[in-house]
Design a protein around this ligand. Structure first.
Ligand code: PXL
Length: 282
């Protein structure tokens, strides 16, 4: 059985980070090892959230796992609480990188051109350095601009603008750069990616649903990780993740009992699993 390590916070209510990564990657048939970086009562879009910093546990967890000789098919990182945590994640990359370990960084720290509460521009630059040590990075447009210290081009930035950001991000050092949450020239909503070695761009979009919510980036990154570790190509894994995320958003949009802080990712897990099995049989 394959094993993935994911490093991010636990938001007790909020359907993001670990409470999304654990069920989705597990549903993909993969053992999901977690390194919780913090425990929050809710994600940071609520007012008055509690924050228990778990930085001091991260190094002992690393050292114990090293002693046990655990091996991981992928390491996927999301929301990190501080610059010190970014440094510790770098040491996880060094200590657990085998030739078969894919390092995926989702620099979950901003949306709508604004950093989440608690982060500053220096943190964004440090996250950029962590992206340089990854194989695949998955920023949205806001995170891409902030890591580069560039002005936010807006949610509806055109394809050429996004490609220019991608080429600059590629200089940080990762092998594949993907910007998510992009409105494509045909009006669909999806991602633009770039394979550095092949000097090739690729893109994919799904129907744009007029509904925005938190946690969709984490759903996308988790579903991508699950598909990739199951042996799908980067492009197929990204497309499966985009279709699944779109299904989650649509489900929520149509649900009269929806919550306004997250999407119904649970109700579309059967669809995600069916996509994984269907493509495997095909
Ligand atoms: O979904 C990203 C995310 C993860 N973790 C925490 C957050 C957010 C987004 O707001 O606040 C704590």
């Amino acid at each position: 059985m394959k094993r993935v390590m994911t490093i991010q916070d636990i938001s007790c209510i909020g359907k993001c980070s670990l409470t999304v990564a654990l069920p989705i990657i597990s549903a993909a048939g993969i053992e999901t090892a977690i390194v919780p970086t913090a425990v929050l009562s809710t994600h940071t879009q609520f007012k008055g959230f509690t924050f228990r910093d778990l930085t001091d546990d991260m190094e002992p967890i690393r050292d114990h796992w090293k002693k046990e000789g655990f091996i991981f098919n992928a390491i996927y990182t999301g929301y990190l609480g501080s610059e010190r945590q970014i440094d510790i994640v770098k040491s996880y990359f060094e200590d657990f990188s085998t030739p078969g370990t894919i390092k995926i960084v989702d620099p979950a720290m901003a949306d709508g051109g604004k950093l989440y509460v608690g982060f500053d521009e220096h943190f964004a630059r440090e996250m950029g350095k962590l992206c340089g040590k990854a194989d695949i990075i998955l920023p949205n447009i806001s995170e891409a601009a902030l890591m580069l210290g560039e002005e936010y081009p807006g949610e509806d930035a055109d394809e050429e603008t996004v490609k220019a950001l991608i080429l600059k991000l590629a200089k940080l050092g990762s092998k594949i750069v993907v910007i998510t949450g992009v409105t494509l020239s045909d009006g669909s909503f999806g991602f633009i990616g770039y394979n550095v070695e092949k000097n090739e761009f690729f893109k994919y979009g799904t129907e744009k649903v007029p509904h925005k919510s938190h946690g969709t980036g984490d759903i996308f990154a988790s579903a991508f990780t699950g598909a990739l570790v199951n042996g799908y190509s980067v492009y197929d894994s990204l497309s499966i993740a985009a279709d699944y995320t779109a299904a989650c958003i649509k489900n929520t949009y149509l649900d009269p009992d929806k919550v306004d802080y997250a999407v119904n990712f649970e109700l579309e897990l059967p669809y995600y699993i069916s996509r994984l099995s269907k493509q495997k049989l095909g």
